[in-house]
Design a protein around this ligand. Structure first.
Ligand code: NAD
Length: 378
């Protein structure tokens, strides 16, 4: 069986779907691994390191000779249409946003596995790319804030005076938010955090943050995820958050609802109500943003209400890709572990009675198998 890993074609994407370590893991399953030359360069993995691990490095992948194709970013509809029937693909597929690709994959007869669809159960944790990449993003987002913040994060007591610690507020305490809390704590900041799911309070505390409780009913939907708030409750949430935002020096926002645009948590007025020099980094910028006016990939200086300076509003983009070596290490393990689950004696043979395999499957035998995506296409 031939497993191919190509160069990522999307600009700004530096991750790769296999590392020398996972090449060895895949070779151990009895499969042949073909790496497109240069696929790992941006993540720091040379062609030589892949060859030493047992891969065959080829100038270009012959897609029709592959049994499995592994990728990071969702495929384009054009590439999906060129794939052959029976091919298995494994990678991020963003089904809610990439419907033309899903249609093309189904029409081509590809069995596509979307890592976003891996069920979030204990047994599947080693295949959960949302978690592994959110961990990277949550770490990085704090570093981005720290380098733009004109002050220290930690407290310093020196002969020349005492510097108070930065006050960091994290909104959204899922995987990325919790990593952001941990990273800001490690840098010495005083950290508080809020999430609409009350269950996150103990997790925030265990990371060293103070949980912010608002007088707002809890909203927890299926699978431990948050649900979208009604508009009047969203307005109330913003009102209740306003004083906490105004008191923060650094605001990190990570709130998300699966398959929906990011909830708006911070209005323009809340931004202008912060102190000059404050920094906001919005990790949700690419899915609509938690902060009004944010632009993905752009730093915006927002004048404060007093006119005395501005707040730096950062629209985070490609967060995981900014740390391609470790992001790829984790991502490639997720890919290899999912492949291992469906490979037997060197052949890929997905067992669709397995809830992880069935749950992660997006298209199979000419059909869209993921019901919400099928409904979106109807
Ligand atoms: P996510 O990226 O979908 O969302 C980030 C956070 O935003 C969530 O904590 C969510 O509650 C929060 N949020 C949404 N709307 C909000 C609002 N209006 N105000 C404030 N916060 C808001 O979340 P995630 O990191 O993927 O985690 C979601 C859940 O899945 C969590 O309960 C997490 O513990 C769980 N999880 C389970 C596993 C597993 O068991 N394998 C793995 C990862 C995550």
């Amino acid at each position: 069986m031939k497993v191919g890993i190509g160069r990522e074609r999307i600009e700004g994407e530096r991750r790769v779907a296999a590392t020398p370590e996972t090449v060895q893991q895949l070779r151990g399953l009895g499969v042949e691994v073909l790496m497109e030359a240069g696929a790992g360069i941006a993540a720091g993995f040379s062609d030589r390191s892949y060859a030493d691990a047992g891969a065959t490095v080829v100038p270009q992948l012959a897609l029709d000779e592959l049994d499995v194709y592994c990728h990071v970013r969702p495929l384009t509809p054009e590439l999906a249409a060129r794939l052959h029937s029976g091919l298995v693909t494994v990678g991020l597929a963003a089904p809610a946003n990439e419907l033309p690709t899903v249609t093309a994959l189904a029409a081509a007869g590809v069995t596509a596995f979307a890592l976003e669809l891996v069920p979030r159960i204990s047994r599947a944790q080693s295949m959960d790319a949302l978690t592994s990449q959110a961990l990277v993003a949550g770490y990085r987002v704090v570093l981005e804030a720290a380098i733009r913040f004109p002050r220290f994060f930690p407290m310093y007591m020196t002969a020349a005076g005492t510097i108070p610690p930065a006050r960091v507020l994290v909104l959204g305490a899922g995987v990325a938010g919790l990593q952001a809390i941990a990273t800001a704590k490690r840098l010495g900041a005083r950290v508080s955090a809020y999430d609409v799911r009350p269950a996150s309070a103990t997790e925030v505390t265990s990371m060293g943050g103070t949980f912010v409780t608002l007088d707002l009913d809890a909203v927890e939907g299926a699978g431990g995820y948050a649900r979208e708030l009604s508009e009047d409750r969203a307005v109330r949430q913003r009102e209740l958050l306003a004083p906490h935002v105004a008191a923060a020096d650094v605001l990190i926002t990570t709130a998300a609802i699966p398959g929906r645009p990011a909830p708006l948590l911070v209005t323009h007025d809340m931004v202008t109500g912060m102190r000059p020099g404050s920094v906001i980094v919005d990790l949700a910028a690419e899915t609509g943003g938690n902060v009004e006016g944010v632009v993905a990939g752009v730093d915006t200086l927002v004048p404060v209400a007093s006119g005395d300076g501005s707040v730096t509003l950062v629209g985070m983009k490609d967060a995981a890709s900014t740390m391609p070596a470790d992001a790829s290490r984790l991502y490639a393990k997720n890919v290899a572990n999912l492949l291992a689950l469906m490979t037997s004696e060197g052949t890929v043979a997905p067992d669709f009675t397995d809830e992880v395999i069935a749950g992660a499957c997006l298209t199979h035998s000419g059909e869209v198998t993921h019901e919400p995506t099928k409904a979106a296409l109807a």
